[in-house]
Design a binder for this molecule. Structure first.
Ligand SMILES: Nc1ncnc2c1ncn2[C@@H]1O[C@H](COP(=O)(O)OP(=O)(O)OP(=O)(O)O)[C@@H](O)[C@H]1O
Ligand SMILES: [Mg+2]
Length: 343
């Protein structure tokens, strides 16, 4: 049987070019923009937003990566859920998606690509969007992803900017997919890895739908740059300090044990190197650094909401089936540091 992960060096979001390198490149590139652009890569938002009219804007995003699981249907599902997530993180609704494919021809001939595309299709169908095309090249390492277009009311965009002092932060998925993907490759920790697979192949649709009934000051999805990286982006955009309580972070079973064994993706170290505006309390076991900077594939949404709505939001998320939704921190006035983590 084909083991998709044997074809790649780093699976999932762990295969991304590190933020320190990417930022250097993007800074050296001349921006191309116009007045209709409401969000682009010069901010730290999850997708581009382009204003069509006073009540309609397009949300555009794309994501692709290498397999982190061996089952091609699952890989397709996870890649699609991950790509669709950026539209939900902006408060938008997905409309159309296109497949991005780079695959070794022998795997295509064995029907593996067909399974990947059908897996992705099932997620897109669940989102209510349509698949309208794609592009495919031959490549030694299999890669798959999607470009997604959605819509949002330009007055109701969820941005990274907007977190207010006194807010609480609500996270909708557990942390640790990077570590668990390594455990999966090593055939270890079946309970935690199964939880991670289920989580990665779950859309952020329900989480976003529930949150639309609350006052969302800021939102991001927690993906490749880790809980720390995405918290720093929200804090910096909002001119505040985010205080994360490590022991309140929902984790997959066995993440701590797996990290202690050294099943930590290289991208975690890359994140740690690039993300300097974080202070982790010395009382925390060093293994927490691996978890806090762990690159997430198809991670959850992180909402900044008024303190008096936090518990209600968590309750509503639980009722909608998102059992792990939890308040993981608070927003404080800027103290010279983007993020501080205590026990
Ligand atoms: N080659 C590129 N050209 C222009 N912009 C880029 C390029 N690569 C990345 N970006 C932009 O850099 C920012 C960070 O990209 P990144 O892929 O890390 O964000 P993301 O898609 O929200 O996260 P993830 O991929 O982990 O889900 C985004 O605004 C993205 O559009
Ligand atoms: Mg991306």
């Amino acid at each position: 049987m084909v083991r998709l992960t044997d074809y790649v060096t780093n699976g999932g979001c762990a295969c991304k070019i590190g933020p320190h390198i990417l930022n250097r490149v993007l800074k050296a590139v001349t921006p191309v923009t116009n007045d209709q652009v409401l969000a682009d890569m010069t901010g730290s938002d999850d997708a581009g937003v382009y204003k069509i009219s006073d009540t309609l804007a397009l949300v555009q995003t794309l994501d692709f990566f290498t397999p982190m699981v061996n089952d091609p249907v699952l890989f397709g599902k996870i890649a699609a859920a991950n790509a669709l997530s950026d539209v939900y993180a902006m408060g938008g609704t997905p409309l159309t998606a296109m497949n991005i494919v780079g695959f070794p021809v022998p795997l295509v001939e064995q029907g593996i690509l067909t399974d990947v595309l059908n897996g992705a299709g099932s997620m897109v169908a669940e989102s209510g969007a349509a698949i309208v095309g794609g592009h495919s090249i031959e490549n030694k390492e299999p890669i798959f992803g999607m470009s997604v277009t959605g819509q949002v009311n330009p007055n109701c965009i969820w941005k990274n900017k907007g977190a207010q002092v006194g807010d609480v932060l609500v996270l909708t998925k557990r942390i640790g997919t990077g570590i668990m993907n390594n455990a999966l490759k090593a055939d270890l920790f079946p309970v935690g890895t199964e939880q991670a697979i289920t989580s990665m192949s779950t859309l952020n649709r329900v989480g976003a739908e529930v949150a639309h009934n609350f006052t969302v000051h800021a939102c991001t999805d927690v993906t490749g740059f880790s809980l720390m990286g995405h918290s720093v982006e929200m804090a910096s955009a909002s001119d505040v300090t985010i205080h994360i309580k490590a022991y309140d972070i929902p984790l997959f079973d066995d993440v701590i044990e797996a990290a202690q064994m050294g099943l930590v993706p290289a991208a975690s170290y890359g994140n740690r190197k690039a993300i300097t505006d974080v202070q982790v309390d010395e009382s925390l076991d060093p293994v927490w650094t691996d978890i806090l900077f762990d690159p997430q594939t198809s991670g959850g949404l992180l909402f900044s909401v008024p303190a008096n709505e936090g518990e209600q939001l968590v309750e509503a998320l639980h009722k909608a089936g998102i059992d792990c939704a939890t308040i993981v921190g608070t927003v404080e006035s800027f103290s010279g540091l983007a993020v501080r983590v205590t026990s």
